[in-house]
Design a protein around this ligand. Sequence first.
Ligand code: Z15
Length: 837
Amino acid sequence: VEASIPEPQREAWLKHQVSGFKDKDSFESEVVRHVETTLARSMFNCDESAAYSACSLAFRDRLILEWNRTQQRQTFVDSKRLYYLSLEFLMGRALDNAMLNIGSKDLAKAGLADLGFRIEDVIEQEHDAALGNGGLGRLAACFLDSLASLNYPAWGYGLRYRYGIFKQEIIDGYQVEVPDYWLEFNPWEFPRHDVTVDIQFFGNVRKSTDENGRTVSHWEGGEIVKAVAYDVPIPGYATPSTNNLRLWSSTAASGEFDFQKFNSGDYESSVADQQRAETISAVLYPNDNLERGKELRLKQQYFWVAASLYDIVRRFKKSKRPWREFPEQVAIQLNDTHPTLAVVELQRILLDLEGLEWDEAWNIVTNTFGYTNHTVLPEALEKWSVPLIQHLLPRHLQIIYDINLYFLQSVERRFPDERELLGRVSIIEESQPKMVRMAHLAIVGSHKVNGVAELHSDLIKTTIFKDFVTIFGPDKFTNVTNGITPRRWLHQANPRLSELIASKTGGKDFLTDLNELNKVELHVDDKAFRKEWADIKLANKERLAKHIKASAGVTVDPTALFDVQVKRIHEYKRQQLNIFGVIHRYLTLKAMTREERKKQQPRVSIFGGKAAPGYWMAKQIIHLINSVGKVVNNDEDIGDLLKVVFLEDYNVSKAEIIVPASDISEHISTAGTEASGTSNMKFVLNGGLIIGTCDGANIEITREIGENNIFLFGNLAEDVEDLRHNHTYGTHEIDPDLNRVFQEIEKGTFGSTQDFAALISAVRDHGDYYLVSDDFHSYIETQALVDEAYRDQEEWITKCITSVSRMGFFSSDRCINEYAEGIWNIEPLRVEKEEGA
Ligand code: Z15
């Protein structure tokens, strides 16, 4: 529909064009207008929640303008776009981020103060957008920030879950899950009821022959669910570029089907249909690094992938270009294997709906997709049963078999003597039932495959994907080390440190070019600077101490060493190693004389993180931490020498308080299991040191900041296999210090011994798969080095300042530029800043 305003009337539009806030006054007037009209309230009933709503709406109005202009510009220039497909976007709060990225936070702070509010209280009203589990989802959110800030034409595609990751409550030391209903008031999304896609499930495939004798497949019958688009603006930092995150919501199709039911008086069943359709986007699966093969999860994946591809293809077709130009216009990145059905869906569109030949279609497909692998853990690698796919997506299963057939034929031609190879690389696992290996499908369907840190990228090439390196050659496999956005994780979370850095590096350039941080090192001996640095850390610790008191009821001394481990609870991340270490510390302190104790470094051990609801062992770990806390925190012999705190409901907004307040944080996964880790980067960027294993990005952090500035311990990835083998077939002696810890637990010091028996026997009786005992001694010794180093505060601060100044590499801007150049082949596109804005 042509809806453009004719030339003579445009003058009126231009005269009334909405622009950015000119000053505090115009901001205030917008807030008051929203309170009084949009919210229908007044100064006599405006609480902090109403102030949040009005303030968000005022900023949203500004965002929309830049967003529209960015999208118009991208459409007009018709440049290549990236589409980032991710089942998770762990965004956190939007208001603070929008204010900082637009650059009007100071003005808003003053304006809100005039109106009777503290900006911090207003910001805290917002509910986190928690559409993700952990690292993978937060990485996607950092990438969106960098893509917009670097002016890349890019869209995110995801699911609009009605319930994000559950809220965690700790009751009597146990995790309890509470649903996270977050959509009651969400000013940051725009429903597009005119942008919908009908998604088909089930049914069957009919074959026919066309006039050229070519077999054509028709996927018929089954049921239809409607996808509705909800758009979320993603503002770049210090640029008008505002990208789009499109989230799909499921609802019943308003086809004849329902209508008939309705007319025939079957009202109840049509309501039931509606509810069943809405179930698809109802809830985020709460597993991190684990796949459980549930039918609803597969439905989610296809629903989201099919809607996104329909949208992408519809946009491409408007340009009237020939199909072969598709990969020159479109790059699609698969965030893990979750969206791998997109490979099959695009092939189906080109083959069945657009009538292309197989080879031409397949060429387009493989040149369009890139695949990022995030784990080598076997339990996290997705496999879907053939009967399930057959039932839900009958045509897709046929195409998967054809993809596999042509792939295996080409492998057989090139490696005729290697009979075993075919079975190993096949997309179909010949098990009972047969399974589709999604990682194999993603590799075969993409032109590039990347890991997320150097060690991880090496590991996938030499272990799980080794055969594919032989087949496709090494160039298809590459590394892009993860990064984090310095806007949220430094400027927003730690405003005083950001300001201090700005004062020493000549302005805020470091926020868009993080290598500028290296100028900080020049001031490492500057007395006043060091004093201010230490003051900021102490203030951040005081703030966290207040939060600990309010949420866990524990009083902690802000001058003690804050030792933090916050991340999803998982055996491979080894929170059990940490808490066993804490018990060892407690026993050591208990055995000391009063005089000896006085010489010890006081510590606060802070834990946080969610366990997947079905992950029993992880829940036992949470229970043990809380049980140890209860004993230690109330032991008068110990006092402030040791406190143990479990912070409930760790999420993005809590991380923004915790990360700037750490002295040392723990990244202690069994070597070779943590693909990258990204909180390690956040902690060091905020002037905390880390204790860690030689795993994931810890290795590159060490290379950048220097090995004197990090506390590394434990066995190396290359030795893990042999150690495990010895546990199973050799003699397996438990570390004597760890044994003492076990005995203490078994004595009942921390409550009912039964509860913790499984944690002990995993190490003692079941092969200690995660090498807790093997690394225990090295861990304890290294923690002693941490105490010693912390006692020399001058040296400690030097380490912190030096580390921060060398962290430039870990910006997600660097990371996104590597993807853009090496994988997506996209270029920045600037939008001019609006006149007078
Ligand atoms: C997840 O959060 C990660 C990997 C996965 O395969 C799944 Cl399903 C979830 C994490 C990695 O564990 C972490 O090491 C990495 O930093 C993060 O993805 C981002 O790449």
